[in-house]
Design a binder for this molecule. Sequence first.
Ligand SMILES: C[S@@+](CC[C@H](N)C(=O)[O-])C[C@H]1O[C@@H](n2cnc3c(N)ncnc32)[C@H](O)[C@@H]1O
Length: 272
Amino acid sequence: MDIHPELMEELIAGVQNSRKYRQLDLPRETLEDLLQYAAPLSRNKAELKRRLREKLHGILAPYLEDLDYAHELDALNTFAASSPQLPALKPWAAGLLSRHASTRERLTDLEALYQTIFRHTGIPRSIMDLACALNPLALPWMNLAPNTDYFAYDLHGPRVGFLNAFFKAFYPQATAIKQDILVQAPIEPAEIGFFFKEAHRFEKRQPGSNRAFFASLPIRTLVVSLPARDLAGHHSLQPYHDQLIASAIAGQGWGLERDQVGSELLYFIHKA
Ligand SMILES: C[S@@+](CC[C@H](N)C(=O)[O-])C[C@H]1O[C@@H](n2cnc3c(N)ncnc32)[C@H](O)[C@@H]1O
């Protein structure tokens, strides 16, 4: 079906005012993009609405942790006022990292993860963290020089606001940006990019989308992480994820290395 401007407005307003999504302050371009993608597949308004809800649920629902960001902002300000040093910052950040599924899974491997990554990439002076969720709270484990630029991108408004408050207190060179990186890839260049535990979900949102996304990123090396096993831990996902990466970079002439830390497969895509 065709989607005319009034219907687009009605469906976008429906999401923005819904109890489930209104707090998230999602970028408008995400909703427009999902509707543009779903419209040709839908026969009527009810079907279009259902597809929009399903896609949004797939993108967001598994990662809606139980953080009350207004409360966490107050707690952050109180904590920062005591001018904590690294030994105090780590347990505080670990407490928050444990509240989100992706970062909880790698909590015991943080030191090894970043040592392994920087062994492959060299120590960068600038990083983009793509679809970051709470991963920037792992900065205390990265051991980067204080003047390292760090650009963190996510869709989730309150999460981005919280990260900016954390950066202001402890990492003034870092910035969090609310942006749908699939609709509009970052244009601010960085040496390396982290794209952790999201490439397989980009494939679900838009099959084949990683190829153009990887190509558009203004970076030297892209570090993609993907889960090594299925959620139940029964079988290896490595062949499937090797294939995902192989087709995303086929014919580009880029270098590829692979490694693994804990339950995460790491792919180093050297574009330059
Ligand atoms: C699976 S979590 C990955 C978290 C993080 N990369 C990590 O491994 O710790 C997905 C995160 O990506 C964000 N996200 C999903 N699609 C996005 C998009 N198109 N643009 C920006 N952020 C996105 C979600 O809001 C969520 O915070």
